[in-house]
Design a binder for this molecule. Structure first.
Ligand code: MRU
Length: 350
C-alpha cells in the first residue's frame, strides 16, 4: 500500500458478511488482510493482537458481532439473544483492560434489544439495525479521531519533538489515531514535528507499528529502546510526551501499555508535559481509581522467546508479563479527548 490512509486496520465487507482486518502481527514486513466471520476467528484475532489498540478492538468487536449474527443459523429471537449474550461474554473477557471493548459491545447489545422491542420479531430488521449500529461505531471513531487531532494541536508548536509509547495511531483507530492524531494533522499543516517512538517491549508495537505508520506517512520518526527514554529527555531532545489510553478511571488515573507510567515519572523529573489522548468513551466513570482496573497478563513466551532465534531465558525461570500499567492522575498534565481538554485535578462530569 502506497499511502497509510488508503486503508483502515478494521473494516467490513460491502455485503456485511465479513470483518476485514489488517493483520498487525505481520507488520511491518507484510501487509496482509484477513477475513473474519466466526466467533473463534474474532476472539483469536483480538487475543493474539492481529487487531489491537483500544478503539480498534471496540470497532472489530462491534462489526464482528453484527457479522456473526447476520450469518447465524438461529432463526428465533430467544436463540439469537442467547447467542448474542454468549458472544459478548467471550469477547469482553478476551482483553479485559481496554474499556472500549465493553463500551462497543454494550452499544451493540442496546441497539439489538431496542430493535427487538420495535420490530415485531422481524429478525432481518433486527440484524440490519445491529449492522447499522456497528457501522455507526466505526464512523464515530473517525470523527472522534479528527476532533482529538484538533484539540491536541492547540497545545503544540511547530518544530516540536514528541515522544510516544506503544501505538496509538492510524492502526489503532480509524483515521489519525489518538496520540498520533495531532502529529498527522499538524504535519499536514506544515508543523514539521519530530517523533521519538519507544520500541515498547515486549510486543514491539512502537518498533513494528508506530515506526511503520509514521515512516510510511513521511513523518520524521526515530526509534529508541524503552530504556533510552530518560537519556533522550535529559539531552533535551523531547518537548512533550503523548500517549494513548485503554481506560481512564473517574479520578483521571490512566491504564495504558506497560511502560507508560515510567515515562510519566520521568516527565515529572525533567519537567516535560505529559499528555494522554483518547476518546471520551475511554473514560470509565464506573471505575473510581486506577487500582480497580484489571491488568491483563500475557503469556511468558512473549518475553522469553517471541523475537529470538532461540529462547533467551533459562528454562523454567519465573516470568511476569503484565500488558498495561497505571499512570497516576497527578503525573498527567492533561487528558485530551474529542470532548475537550481536561487538566488535573480531573473532573469529567463538566
Ligand atoms: O496491547 P495493545 O497493543 O492493544 O495496547 C495498545 C495501547 O496500549 C494503546 O496505547 C491504547 O490502546 C490506545 S490506542 C489508541
Amino acid at each position: 500500500m502506497e499511502n497509510i490512509f488508503d486503508f483502515d486496520s478494521v473494516g467490513i465487507s460491502e455485503d456485511n458478511s465479513k470483518v476485514i482486518i489488517l493483520d498487525q502481527t505481520l507488520l511491518p514486513g507484510k501487509e496482509k488482510f484477513i477475513e473474519i466471520n466466526t466467533l473463534p476467528e474474532l476472539t483469536e484475532a483480538i487475543v493474539n493482537l492481529r487487531v489491537r489498540g483500544a478503539p480498534a478492538i471496540g470497532v472489530a468487536a462491534a462489526l464482528g458481532i453484527a457479522v456473526i449474527l447476520k450469518g447465524s443459523k438461529n432463526n428465533n429471537i430467544s436463540d439469537l439473544t442467547a447467542e448474542l449474550e454468549e458472544i459478548s461474554e467471550q469477547l469482553i473477557n478476551s482483553r479485559p483492560t481496554a474499556v472500549n471493548l465493553k463500551w462497543a459491545i454494550d452499544k451493540i447489545k442496546a441497539k439489538f434489544f431496542e430493535s427487538v422491542r420495535v420490530s415485531d420479531g422481524n429478525i432481518t430488521r433486527i440484524i440490519e439495525s445491529t449492522i447499522e449500529e456497528a457501522r455507526n461505531i466505526k464512523n464515530a471513531d473517525i470523527a472522534m479521531s479528527i476532533k482529538i487531532a484538533r484539540n491536541g494541536l492547540t497545545l503544540l508548536k511547530p518544530g516540536m519533538s514528541i515522544l510516544t509509547h506503544c501505538n496509538a495511531g492510524h492502526l489503532a483507530v480509524s483515521r489519525f489515531g489518538t496520540a498520533l492524531a495531532p502529529i498527522y494533522l499538524g504535519n499536514s499543516e506544515g508543523y514539521d514535528f519530530k517523533v521519538f517512538a519507544d520500541e515498547t517491549r515486549p510486543l514491539l508495537q512502537g518498533a513494528r507499528l508506530t515506526a511503520y505508520e509514521l515512516h510510511k506517512a513521511g513523518i520524521d520518526v526515530t526509534l529508541i529502546c524503552d530504556n533510552m527514554a530518560s537519556l533522550v529527555m535529559a539531552q533535551k531532545k523531547i518537548d512533550v510526551i503523548m500517549v494513548g489510553c485503554d481506560r481512564i478511571a473517574a479520578n483521571g488515573d490512566v491504564a495504558n501499555k506497560i511502560g507508560t507510567s515510567a515515562l510519566a515519572v520521568l516527565a515529572r523529573h525533567y519537567k516535560i508535559p505529559f499528555y494522554v489522548l483518547g476518546p471520551g468513551s475511554t473514560i470509565d466513570m464506573q471505575t473510581a481509581t486506577g487500582d480497580k482496573i484489571i491488568i491483563e497478563e500475557r503469556p511468558e513466551y512473549e518475553i522469553t522467546d517471541l523475537w529470538y532465534a532461540h529462547k533467551m531465558a533459562p528454562e523454567g525461570v519465573k516470568v511476569y508479563n503484565p500488558a498495561f500499567d497505571i499512570t497516576p492522575a497527578s503525573l498527567i498534565t492533561a487528558i485530551i479527548t474529542d470532548k475537550g481538554i481536561f487538566r488535573y485535578p480531573f473532573d469529567f462530569s463538566i
